[in-house]
Design a protein around this ligand. Structure first.
Ligand SMILES: *[C@@H]1O[C@H](CO)[C@@H](O)[C@H](O)[C@H]1NC(C)=O
Ligand SMILES: *[C@@H]1O[C@H](CO)[C@@H](O)[C@H](O)[C@H]1NC(C)=O
Ligand SMILES: *[C@@H]1O[C@H](CO)[C@@H](O)[C@H](O)[C@H]1NC(C)=O
Ligand SMILES: CC(=O)N[C@H]1CO[C@H](CO)[C@@H](O)[C@@H]1O
Length: 905
């Protein structure tokens, strides 16, 4: 019966079985009708009609039997099939139907050329496309294809380079983020797109990082297993054939390398993992579908390019973190092992070894061109920075190590930044970076660890010349390094400053003062130490010498006993500064609103002496500590704080400091006088005028403070608030008289030292005072005689006796007689001033008139008779000098030594 089937009916029956997925009947049909169902036809039927959802294992046996030809040569005719589906149609109808079957051709548009005459290969790949496209059953394909890997090279190539990567990518590696392309579209992608899609998830998340190498090995490795990835425009397109050296190239590989260096710039961890986990072109996982296929030359080419890309990636990594730089170094280590070089040490080890960079004789490395090559044309053959050899790996290592030292110390630096510092040799940039580094070392280091600082210095010096000076044993070599433009001295000075700022005094002394090398000259050492001391001073917040910045300043100047001996002017200057500052710490002192005094204010103040005025204002009774305040002023002078010291050159005029001392002493004394008057403490003011202003005054060198202070005291009028004298001694017990006498004394002092233009005013005051005194004396005499008239002190009115003790009255009475001459003698004693005034000042007529009579009394007498009052006065002076008068008429002693001397003659 079956033999009676016409070919169209056989074909229709085959289609029927195929549609029904009845492989057994179909196989039987082919066995019975081999002439009709030739291999190509049955494959087309299968391709067109067999449901794509059918599992591969159901029909792969049939394909194998077709491929092997056994289906035809050894047909199994024992198996029967059911022809009923074509029984009811005529042959004519069948023929008509077959014409409408539209069986698919085996070939398709982009079928591989070497498969065009191989129905099995065409069927397998075409069927695979359809299974994927119609049913999405990519995972069924290995079962279909793998049995035919040996069938033809194109099947193996296709399986490894197309099916395997997509299958792994979408079902094994990243099933949740598949490439949404059909297998056929994937095959047609250009290389760049294919690389991008295959690796789109590689390292995209932190948890993917351990699989970067796997992806490159398992996706890129197989994908490259295809001659189509190589450049076909050149003579020897196939890398598997030898010859054509230097002409072969692999554009697909270039895309992989571009992907790598892009990763380096956008997500460096992926790049580092890639080079860490993957050994490059030879390191592929073909899933057991094939074995190594590249010849040595082709592999060598890819490896060279791979090593170049690795170097390029290292330069591309922009991160300036210890982690990233460690990653860069691991890339370098990888390249070195690929190139069979001795491995470089880890950055940690390298930074303690500080080995010299011995390639530095290669001059052109240090150039602006190198700086540009770090950014551009990184993969070009002409780029010597990425040419994989000893020079480039060593250079990269030394740059990475430099960046690492900076970064570790807290000044983040990328490889490229280190490269710019080294290649461009811009002094300003280097200096700024070095200073940043040193500050950062200070800010974050273990301040008390000498070892840390020794190491920091060694690193700084190494960064300057990359160890060349030590290596060549001479400072005469061409210096490279990221601080190559900086003088060694500059770095030493900065180190010394850092040591001192971090209280490493004995370390600093041992290196800079005691060591035989003496890295710094004595002058520079001293200047630096002084500057550091001043910096510590200026930074201090507390003026107490035993605390903070001042203590530091003190310690610093004493740390270099050979360089800064105690007698050195700088030592003395700073010592005076510390003393002045410390003394101020004893007082309450606020200069600006609410801001307590800080030492630096003293140093930068345009008029530091005026600070003492603030002390007097803010500390009641402080004017009584006049000696302390004078010492502060004197120390300020010794500390060189006065404006004329600061602005002018150093004190070439040796007389100047002592002039300053006098001027400052006078000014502070005047301040104390003013402060005492403000506090209504006339007695103290008076005592300062007569014991200090008067003694210190020198009519030859007048100053603007002394005479004013004396004048102020002279103008002071007693009130109820005035502080009472603590003891009166033998002075005039009449407080009014005593006060007037004291004022006159002050005015007399003022007169002696005031500038001529002010004399009129002072003299007017003087005269008024004198008149008041005369009036007071007359009043007292009147009262005395009234009492005398009563003849009995006992009978004195009770009210009076209760306020003035009898002894005082008696003594007062005695003194008042002495005072009779006082106005005259006062006037007399101020003759010097008068004479000076007369010479300068014509408008003295009124005074001359009023003083004439008295002047005649005293001046007229060269004759014996007129000496009488003088003798009396001399006695009084003597008495005053030896007596208990502390303040009373004490001015006489000091005020007129000349007069006394004249009298003795
Ligand atoms: C490395 O390659 C560069 C560029 O080709 C070359 O200038 C340099 O001399 C090479 N270094 C070594 C050690 O071969
Ligand atoms: C300045 O003072 C601050 C805080 O008082 C301190 O941390 C810093 O180290 C000081 N700097 C120097 C140079 O002494
Ligand atoms: C005051 O007199 C002295 C000496 O007689 C003289 O040198 C000085 O110029 C005079 N000053 C004035 C302001 O007249
Ligand atoms: C209170 C007072 O000072 N009294 C003295 C008065 O003068 C005689 C002698 O001159 C002294 O002995 C008193 O002490």
């Amino acid at each position: 019966m079956t033999a009676s089937l016409s070919p169209p009916r056989v074909l229709l029956l085959a289609v029927h079985f195929a549609v029904k997925s009845d492989i057994q009947s179909l196989t039987a049909l082919v066995a019975h009708h081999p002439n009709v169902l030739q291999p190509e036809l049955i494959l087309r039927v299968l391709l067109t009609c067999l449901p794509e959802t059918l599992r591969s294992s159901e029909y792969v046996g049939l394909i194998e039997r077709i491929e092997s030809g056994h289906l035809y040569s050894e047909p199994d005719l024992s198996i029967q099939f059911d022809p009923s589906s074509v029984q009811d149609i005529t042959d004519a109808e069948a023929a008509k139907k077959t014409r409408r079957l539209h069986l698919l051709p085996l070939a398709w548009d982009h079928a591989p050329i070497d498969a065009l005459h191989d129905p099995i290969s065409l069927f397998l790949i075409h069927r695979a496309h359809r299974v994927d496209q119609e049913a999405g059953l990519l995972t069924q394909l290995p079962d279909l294809i793998v049995p035919f890997l040996q069938h033809a090279p194109c099947i193996r190539t296709w399986t490894i380079s197309a099916l395997l990567p997509l299958l792994r990518r979408n079902y094994e590696y990243y099933p949740h983020e598949p490439i949404s392309l059909t297998l056929e579209s994937f095959e047609r992608l250009d290389s760049r797109e294919a690389v991008a899609l295959l690796l789109s998830q590689t390292g995209a998340r932190e948890e993917h990082l351990p699989h970067v190498g796997r992806d490159l090995r398992g996706l890129i490795g197989p994908w490259l297993y295809n001659d189509a990835r190589w450049d076909t425009s050149i003579e020897n397109p196939s890398p598997t054939e030898s010859g054509g050296a230097g002409h072969i190239s692999c554009p697909a590989w270039e895309h992989v390398l571009e992907w790598l260096i892009t990763q380096a710039s956008v997500s460096w961890k992926v790049a580092v993992k890639a080079f860490d986990q993957w050994d490059g072109p030879g390191d592929v996982d073909l899933g057991g579908y094939g074995s190594e296929w590249l010849d040595e030359e082709a592999q060598g080419l890819l490896e060279q390019r791979f090593a170049r890309a690795a170097l390029a990636s290292a330069y591309m990594i922009p991160q300036a973190s210890v982690e990233a730089l460690t990653g860069v170094n691991s890339i370098i280590t990888k390249i070195m092992s690929l190139l069979d070089q001795d491995p470089c040490p880890t950055l940690q080890v390298a930074s303690s070894l500080l080995s010299p960079f011995t390639q530095s004789e290669n001059e052109n490395l240090i150039s602006a061109r190198s700086a540009s090559l770090m950014r551009n044309d990184l993969l070009e053959e002409s780029n010597y920075l990425t040419t994989p050899n000893q020079t480039s790996t060593q250079l990269l290592h030394v740059l990475t190590l430099s960046a690492f030292m900076l970064t570790k110390a807290g000044t983040p630096c990328s490889v490229r930044r280190a490269g710019e510092l080294a290649f461009l040799q811009d002094e300003r940039e280097q200096k700024a970076e070095a200073i940043r580094l040193i500050h950062s070392l200070s800010a974050q280091g273990p301040k008390n660890d000498d070892k840390y600082w020794i190491r920091a210095r060694n690193e700084l010096l190494w960064l300057r010349d990359w160890g060349a000076e030590e290596f060549y044993g001479s400072a005469d070599i061409h210096i490279h390094g990221i601080f190559g433009q900086l003088k060694k001295e500059f770095i030493e000075i900065e180190c010394l400053k850092a040591f001192l700022a971090n209280t490493r005094y004995s370390l600093a002394r041992s290196i800079y003062e005691e060591s035989p090398e003496k890295p710094l000259s004595e002058d520079i050492l001293r200047d630096t130490v002084v500057a550091a001391a001043m910096e510590a001073y200026d930074n201090a917040s507390n003026p107490h010498r035993g605390r903070g910045g001042l203590l530091k300043c003190d310690d610093i100047i004493h740390s270099f006993p050979q360089t800064l001996v105690e007698t050195h002017p700088e030592s003395r200057r700073i010592e005076a500064l510390l003393r002045a500052t410390h003394a101020l710490s004893e007082y309450r002192l606020v200069l600006k609103k609410g801001e307590p005094f800080t030492p630096v204010v003293l140093r930068v103040h345009t008029d530091p002496i005026s600070i003492i005025e603030k002390v007097l204002e803010q500390n009641p009774k402080s004017y009584t500590n006049i000696q302390d305040l004078l010492d502060i002023g004197s120390n300020m002078v010794d500390a060189g704080l006065l404006a004329s010291d600061k602005s002018g050159q150093s004190n070439s005029n040796l007389k100047l400091p002592s002039d300053h001392h006098v001027a400052v002493r006078r000014r502070i004394t005047a301040m104390c006088v003013d402060a005492a008057l403000t506090a209504d403490d006339f007695e103290t003011a008076y005592s300062y005028v007569v014991n200090r202003v008067a003694l210190d005054a020198d009519p030859q060198t007048t100053d603007e403070y002394s005479w004013k202070a004396a004048l102020q005291a002279g103008k002071y009028r007693r009130t109820a608030r005035t502080v009472k004298p603590t003891h009166i001694g033998t002075a005039n017990g009449n407080l009014d008289i005593r006060h007037l006498e004291q004022r006159i004394e002050c005015l007399s002092t003022a007169l002696r030292i005031a500038p001529p233009t002010t004399l009129q005013e002072i003299l007017n005051g003087f005269r008024k005072c004198e008149e008041e005194l005369n009036a007071a004396i007359k009043a007292e005499e009147a009262q005395e005689s009234a009492w005398d008239d009563q003849g009995d002190l006992q009978a004195m009115p009770g009210a009076f006796s209760s306020t003035v003790p009898a002894g005082v009255v008696r003594n007062a009475t005695r003194s008042s007689r002495h005072v009779e001459e006082a106005p005259m003698s006062l006037f007399d004693l101020s003759r010097a001033s008068m004479a000076r005034a007369q010479r300068n000042f014509s408008a003295l007529s009124s005074l001359q008139r009023s003083g004439q009579s008295r002047a005649d009394d005293t001046e007229g007498g060269s004759d014996e008779a007129s000496r009488q009052p003088r003798a009396r006065k001399r006695d009084q002076l003597r008495e005053a000098a030896v007596g208990t008068l502390a303040s009373g008429v004490g001015w006489l002693i000091g005020a007129q030594p000349v007069d006394r001397g004249q009298e003795r003659e």
